[in-house]
Design a protein around this ligand. Structure first.
Ligand code: SAH
Length: 252
């Protein structure tokens, strides 16, 4: 049996209760060493075999899983954040299916949400934006033509960009092409929820320079949009006038 587990964004206690239990029971752990907090490995059994996938290919990962399966062992494949976001789990799932190896997926707290908690903000403010666009700039991995940042930016919704801090000038250019203004608020959260987390609150126009100044080129999210300003309408849900399924409003 293989369990894909989301390790959370960084802080050790942001793994789920289920994820922690699976980690404690695993015979084999294959963890994404570039981003998963190694302190999580302290919870493994004494005789657990631990491998860092940062130096492995897909074939090597699958081979380790196959070896474990032959011995009737349980494997945890530990991914950073939530495995469904840029986690490369689909290709592993497909290999396991081909081999008829059973697996399940345990979700995790994505850095998408780790960053929002660090910024103490809401991505979906009434009257500002009711949509979050999760995407990335085009680096070595191509992005489909219809998903170019300039096209996505034209919605002026809240945007959260993964894997994009290494080429900020290009990101800035595409966001501006899409119709955002130079002074649109932008925040960068480096290593959200880790001890050495850094938050940079700036604008689209100024952020490439700010990133250079703070020496940030990886493990960071770029959050863009007017939601960072916090000028919004109150929610209907908690408005005294508004009637909901659970509460009668004054209706005035
Ligand atoms: N599955 C992960 C994302 C993996 S892709 C998740 O759900 O968070 C790796 C990218 O995620 C990094 O380049 C960075 O953009 C982002 N990332 C991962 N952990 C982060 C953290 N703690 N703080 C900020 N960004 C992070």
């Amino acid at each position: 049996m293989v369990h894909f587990v989301g390790a959370g964004p960084g802080a050790v206690d942001l793994i789920t209760v289920r994820g922690m239990r699976l980690l404690q029971e695993a015979d084999v752990i294959i963890y994404a060493g570039s981003l998963v907090n190694p302190e999580l490995l302290q919870y493994a059994k004494k005789d657990c075999q631990i491998f860092n996938s940062a130096t492995m290919t897909l074939e090597e990962v699958i081979h380790k899983i196959e070896e474990a399966e032959k011995e009737g062992k349980t494997t945890v494949r530990l991914h950073t954040g939530d495995p469904a976001i840029y986690g490369a789990i689909q290709e592993q799932i497909d290999e396991l299916k081909k081999r008829e190896i059973s697996f399940d997926v345990c979700p995790g707290v994505s850095s998408l949400f780790g960053a929002a908690s660090s910024l103490q903000m809401e991505y979906t403010l009434p009257g500002v934006s009711q949509t979050v666009i999760i995407s990335r700039g085009e680096g070595r991995t191509p992005v489909p033509e219809k998903e170019k940042l300039s096209l996505l930016a034209s919605h002026q919704a809240t945007m959260v960009l993964f894997l994009s801090c290494a080429f900020p000038e290009k990101i800035k250019e595409e966001l501006l092409q899409g119709g955002y203004q130079e002074d649109t608020p932008l925040a960068v959260v480096y290593r959200a929820t880790w001890q050495d987390e850094k938050i940079v609150r700036t604008t689209i126009g100024a952020f490439p320079e700010d990133l250079r100044e703070h020496n940030i080129s990886k493990t960071a999210l770029i959050i863009v949009g007017e939601v960072l300003e916090g000028d919004y309408e109150r929610s209907k849900l908690y408005d005294p006038i508004f009637t909901t399924e659970f509460r009668k409003g004054t209706g005035e």
